[in-house]
Design a protein around this ligand. Sequence first.
Ligand code: M6R
Length: 608
Amino acid sequence: MCGIVGIVGRRSVAAQVTEALQRLEYRGYDSAGIATLENGRLERRRAEGKLVNLQLKLLQSPLSGAIGIGHTRWATHGRPNETNAHPHATERLAVVHNGIIENFRQLKAELQAHGIRFDTETDTEVVAQAVSYAMAQGLGPVEAVAATLPRLRGAFALGFLFAGESDLLIGARHGAPLAIGFGEGETYLGSDALALAPFTDAITYLEEGDWAILTREGAEIRDITGEVVTRPRQIIAAQSYRVDKGNHRYFMAKEIHEQPEVVGRTLAHYVDLAEDCVVLPVALPFDFAKLSRLTITACGTAYYAGLIAKYWFEKLARIPVEIDVASEARYREAPLDKDGVTLVISQSGETADTLASMRYAKAQGQHTIGIVNVATSTIAREASALLPTLAGVEIGVASTKAFSCQLTVLLCLAIAAGRARGTLSVVDERRLVDALITVPGLMAEALRQEQEIEQLAREIAKAKNVLYLGRGTAYPMALEGALKLKEISYIHAEGYAAGELKHGPIALIDETVPVIMIAPHDAVFEKTVSNMQEVAARGGRIILVTDAKAMALTEMETMATLTMPDLEPTIAPIVYAIPLQLLAYHTAVVMGKDVDQPRNLAKSVTVE
Ligand code: M6R
């Protein structure tokens, strides 16, 4: 995850910017850079590798400007070298960026048609050139940014510095976090409050779609429509800098909102964004083409991620998948082929049952692939190969961002398997990768349903039982949605395959039971609609989660509808995770439950 820093200061800011960048090192990076204004002219220093390399450059060739931006880059588009390091600049401006600009190719082609030359392999340069081009057409810096932001698609945060503007920085948030800090005659921009801790404890977090004009006097914040808005300023207590909740009440809320960013980061680790193909970060110790089946083992939410992956592996790679919860797998004495493969999925990498079933698979002579969030954990260390999920530290007991990152890695792996087995054409791989690249932006769009979900949660909070139904990959999503709700709100919730309804669960349906239908517009959508009709006919209260087009096709009365963006159905589970998580979260908040530490539960289950 890249880190952004900006300072409109009173004296030379280079040392402060690098100090703030140091505090963002935990996010991971492979190059760093800084730009300041020297007598109104933009000057940059950038270096590959660790911050110390940048600091050495600054020693050799210091910068003295009192306004500047800095960046630590985690390479997505293009190699981690100095040319691709941020800030990217034109004669008019410099920009730092976190996230992915999905439509950079299209924008680049447009700008190239105007004769603009590009020097880097990055998507970020397109932002610098687009704003610069708008300025060349006569717009001022603020107007040029205002004209450019609506043209950018994806999930990102940006910081701008302009030549000749010694009292102006602009920051923008669209799917990746950005905070503003207020000092004495100085104003700051940072990826999080932690970066700004040495300078100020007065912080305002930008909300989704906000952008801000920073001067020494303070900041004017505008929302996505360009209206000037007021956002709360908070004083961050010194001790909360370590594990910062941002402007969220609970870690779970923060982690739900971080998903566009961490999924983008995970994607960048598994996908060559320039070539539109999956590139695994490690060489696997086996050949997918030679496997006759795949075994998956995990617990809880990680198990549901595995269940979704079963659909992907079977469809895209035509490989049979056997999956079991680890507490059963470890004692089932299942025969496993020597030289076969077991996928082990775990956020913590310490779950006792998952670890034991991995060791069982190893003892049978299997290769084990750990899909793990904590890279130093036991499962990560003992697996034959590690495919990390780059969700960052997950604190809320209810797993959210680790789940969506697990799905991201699993879909990439299924694509790689399909390619190796010759069951997925280059064209189909490209189509799926193109769809995957849109996921962070679609997740940011799904997050915009939060207010409606909050309203709906007030109704759900009154229920004693809730049913979740879905078909295809929406079936494990139903299981996951129900798990999220029960673990933090303590409302009894069950997930079922929608087609199973008439084999028993339909007996539960009456007007007191909300039924959440997860129905992406996929190949089984019509069948799901039939199941919805069965529910409606029995007075069930339907909450439909689908996209606008599919919604129009249902013509059914619902208690509520949650509109998801249009998407390629394969990626639906990653995006549809958001409304299910938000619904569980807001229901628990309405009910006054301890969202981050629900009763009887532990984050890491290291006992049987
Ligand atoms: O750390 P792990 O992913 O191995 O944990 C597995 C489960 O304990 C975990 O997913 C649990 O179900 C969560 N509370 C779900 O939100």
